[in-house]
Design a binder for this molecule. Structure first.
Ligand code: DSN
Length: 422
């Protein structure tokens, strides 16, 4: 046991026990929430390092506190690595997570009341894409577009162009938190160009798949701003990146600090630098491709076993199931049933869901975390089998317990990165 863990065990046994419980959960169950992942041990070590002790308001070379020779070095590394990985001109690595990352962009380029075109939440858009319950949704005029039910969850760009001409947005935003389809960046860019808006993509879910070359990069289609969290498919620490053209750099940087945030979390920025280096290694390209192959296999196996996929299939790492249609239970019941057998998913609204958000019709699944444990297509077929067995008919608690044992035995062959062996 390393010194830090021993200190925790002896100094705070209550927190230590909870940590051990979470470690056991992460090892003995399967994580299928598409936005979650296992980071690398080197990232965990950096997050728990003395960089957490340092205040660093400002940017490298222009800080408000002394003692920055090493924090400047690490922030510069993170910026350079982000620019090289995503082929962009400027990176701000300070956003504390996804919400401030997107807020910083809106506040950099919009005046109150300005219009943004963004995807409706039930069709896959994110809360921070101007949902009415968010502060940004009240401050700016978000006009929501939707996917087309008859088009397997894709967007009708003729309709989007009409909406853009009518609403005159300052930003055309694409990117989703719950769509199994890939974005047509060229088409979004044409819409933005036509109405003189900034083209912005929030690629939080697929940032790692873009970095790993498995999906297209919005910058290759002339996008102005791309945001991504760093802890999803990118497998880094919790944090956010705002990436942009150099002409926009000053406005973005001012908006993040001092506009929105104070001291950046230097331990997270150092850990981000470590993750960005890992994501540039050849092995990460294989990982990104495997995430997508695994999702395709999981989707096919579930469909073959009678599941109803909201878009009929997937192009990325993510699947949305309509549980009411296929299993006669809502998403919350499905989430709880799968929890009972050690498979973690999240309940999910489906497009124009008639049910409320805490009892929606669907669940959302994804393969980034399972793939990080080395699972491949054959494991996806096994997972589809476990899930179908648990969902297709009501089960007695003892039947669920037997399935949970089978899931735990299956998991034993796949060590979880960063989790000490039990
Ligand atoms: N919570 C993230 C997700 O699950 O997609 C987005 O905020």
């Amino acid at each position: 046991m390393d010194d830090y863990r021993r200190e925790l065990m002896e100094g705070d046994p209550e927190v230590f026990e909870l940590l051990r419980g979470e470690e056991r959960r992460q090892q003995s169950g399967v994580e299928l929430i598409p936005s979650e992942n296992y980071t690398w041990p080197a990232v965990l070590a950096t997050l728990g390092s003395v960089f957490t002790n340092k205040y660093s308001e400002g940017y490298p070379g222009r800080r408000y506190y002394g003692g920055q020779e090493f924090t400047d070095g690490v922030e510069n590394l993170a910026r350079e690595r982000a620019c090289s990985l995503f082929r962009c001109e400027h990176a701000n690595v300070q956003p504390l997570s996804g919400s401030p990352m997107n807020q910083a962009v809106y506040l950099a380029f919009l005046e109150p009341g300005d219009t943004v075109l963004a995807m409706d939440l039930s069709h896959g858009g994110h809360l921070t894409h101007g949902d009415p319950v968010s502060h940004m949704g009240r401050l700016f005029n978000f006009v929501r577009y939707k996917t087309r039910p008859g088009e397997a969850g894709r967007v009708d760009f003729d309709e989007l162009m009409k909406l853009a001409r009518l609403s005159k947005p300052r930003i055309v935003l694409c990117g989703t938190t719950s769509s199994p389809r890939v974005d047509d960046y060229a088409a979004y860019r044409r819409v933005a160009e036509e109405v003189g808006a900034l083209a912005m993509a929030d690629v939080s879910h697929v940032g790692g798949l873009i970095a790993g070359g498995a999906l297209e990069n919005p910058f290759d289609h002339g996008f102005d701003v791309v945001t991504t969290t760093t802890h999803k498919s990118l497998r880094g620490p919790r944090g956010g990146l705002v990436l942009c053209r150099k002409e926009l750099a000053k406005a973005v940087d001012r908006s993040v600090f001092p506009g929105l945030q104070g001291g950046p979390h230097m331990n997270a920025i150092a850990a981000m630098a470590v993750a960005l280096r890992k994501a540039a290694e050849p092995g990460f390209r294989e990982y990104a491709a495997q995430v997508i192959s695994n999702a395709a296999e999981l989707a096919t196996s579930l469909i073959d076993a009678g599941a109803a996929l909201v878009t009929g299939g997937t192009d990325n790492h993510l699947i949305v199931l309509d549980c009411v249609l296929a299993y006669g239970m809502d998403g919350r019941a499905a989430e709880e049933t799968l929890d009972a057998i050690g498979i973690t998913v999240n309940k999910q609204v489906i497009p124009d869901d008639p049910n409320p958000p805490l009892r929606p019709s669907g669940i959302r699944l994804g393969t980034p975390a399972a793939t990080a444990r080395g699972m491949k297509e054959d494991s996806m077929r096994e997972l589809a089998g476990f899930m179908t067995a648990a969902l297709e008919r009501p089960m007695q608690p003892r039947e669920l317990a037997r399935l949970a044992e089978a899931v735990a035995a299956f998991c034993a062959a796949f060590p979880t990165p960063g989790v000490p062996r039990m």
